[in-house]
Design a binder for this molecule. Structure first.
Ligand SMILES: *Cc1c(COP(=O)(O)O)cnc(C)c1O
Length: 444
């Protein structure tokens, strides 16, 4: 008897899996995960995988983390959820205060939702509604970067510049204007990453000069454009974008759904440019990978433009689970771990282990643009076949690692719990998977 077969068949019959052509599962096996333990995921055959991408970038401190578990168990005995319109509770207040403090008090008002795309929608709506409230209703369009990813609901897709996600839904969208990306890989000979950033900022300036009367906001993924392939760029771009947004009266929306919570090396990525956005989107790592939660933080200036006797000037957006107490409590436990373990400092060491292991193992392999920003390491595989990502994913599973390339870009984004030995082990598995994924092609 093979009970796991049964579960997989039932899953394929009843569950429509995300980001997946379901027919491919005729060939690609589905994995049934039965247990999580720190950086490990265990399937129903007892195989253990190192979670090299933090389960889609959400998991910061390992699976079934005892401290987050304990906080949630405590919260379960008090309050699981209460609607947030007209009501409040300790976890949502405490979380809002602590997130505000992490921005140095610059972004002092937190609005909640349950996923990243909703946070994007909220930031776009807040920005446009702000301009309407201050008497500039024509400012209702958006700028995004080429290759941007801000989620896949209809509003978020309009600022997402990834053709494969967007094409089918084009008739539903009011697309943003995509301005050139500061992608450091675009450096011409003699150019630094900061030069590329200045070039991209000059293009941004042109777009703003031309259209600022219609532009509500520029939305960016600070320092790393994740979903389009861990595209990394110099903080100089954020500094210049901040100046240009101020000059042309345009909001700067920082989508730190992927790069926030220490992923880029600082707690928020925008800190590395010594700027503050007007609106900040957070999700993914916010609850340590436990529960769906997102937040949009904004400045006093934005908040005050809605504060009025007139209901029509209010931000009437809502989700049923806004400010869910369990999710907020998980987020508080995550922030406690950041404080108690001085995670930002200890991640510097972890990031060095990751970079050193990659430098040692990846020599003489057909790769380009090995790059790293904090706890994200990526490289592009040159000359890979069209089905490379699927082959690599399967090869990595064989090696006991969960790694899921984006096109020809392999990336590692592990939870912040690996010691040096396990970091090397993950990198070794990643390298063996690379050799295996490329092998038959090289023989041909
Ligand atoms: C994942 C992601 C989103 C969307 O978040 P979901 O929770 O998947 O809707 C938005 N922006 C960025 C930068 C992301 O990485």
């Amino acid at each position: 008897m093979k009970p796991q077969r049964d579960l997989l068949a039932r899953s394929l019959a009843a569950v429509w899996h995300p980001c997946t052509q379901m027919k491919h599962h005729e060939r690609l096996p589905l994995l049934a995960i039965v247990r999580g333990d720190g950086p490990w995921l265990e399937d129903d055959s007892g195989r253990r995988l190192i979670d090299g991408i933090s389960s889609w970038w959400t998991n910061l401190f390992g699976h079934c983390n005892p401290r987050i578990n304990a906080a949630l168990q405590d919260q379960l005995g008090r309050l699981e959820h209460a609607m947030l319109a007209g009501f409040t509770h300790e976890p949502v207040v405490a979380l809002s205060e602590r997130l505000s403090a992490l921005t140095g008090g610059q972004l002092g008002h937190a609005f909640y939702a349950s996923d990243g795309a909703s946070a994007t929608e909220i930031a776009l709506k807040m920005s446009q509604h702000y301009w309407r409230n201050v008497g500039l209703p024509a400012k209702n369009r958006f700028l995004c970067l080429e290759g941007s990813y801000h989620g896949e609901t209809v509003g978020a897709l309009a600022v997402t510049d990834v053709a494969i996600f967007r094409e089918a839904y084009a008739p539903l969208l009011r697309p943003a204007t995509a301005v050139p990306t500061p992608d450091a890989r675009l450096a011409q000979s003699g150019e630094s990453a900061a030069d590329v950033a200045r070039r991209a900022a000059a293009a941004l300036e042109q777009a703003l000069e031309r259209d600022h009367e219609q532009i509500a906001a520029l939305i960016v993924e600070p320092l790393v454009q994740g979903a389009s392939g861990m595209v990394m760029y110099d903080p100089e771009y954020l500094r210049l974008a901040r100046q240009l947004c101020d000059r042309y009266r345009v909001h700067l929306i920082a989508d730190e759904i992927a790069v926030g919570f220490g992923r880029s090396g600082s707690f928020f990525a925008f800190e590395q440019a010594a700027i503050h956005p007007d609106l900040l989107c957070l999700s993914k790592g916010i609850s340590g990978g436990y529960l769906p939660l997102s937040a949009v933080l904004c400045t006093d200036d934005i908040y005050r433009a809605f504060y009025d006797d007139a209901v029509s000037r209010a931000f009437l957006h809502s989700h049923s689970y806004t400010g869910n107490a369990l999710a907020c409590r998980a987020a508080l436990a995550v922030l406690d771990i950041f404080d108690e373990d001085d995670v930002i400092a200890s991640n510097r060491q972890r990031a060095r282990w990751l970079g050193d292991a990659a430098a040692a193992l990846l020599t003489n392999r057909p790769i380009a643009h090995l790059r790293q920003r904090g706890m994200i390491l990526a490289f592009d595989v040159t000359d890979a076949s069209d089905d490379f990502a699927a082959r690599y994913f399967a090869a990595a599973l064989e090696q006991g690692a969960l790694l899921r390339p984006i096109g020809h870009t392999v990336y590692l984004m592990p939870p912040y719990v690996l010691d040096q030995a396990l970091t090397c082990e993950l990198m070794e598995r990643a390298t063996r998977a690379l050799d295996a994924a490329l092998a038959p092609r090289q023989r041909a």
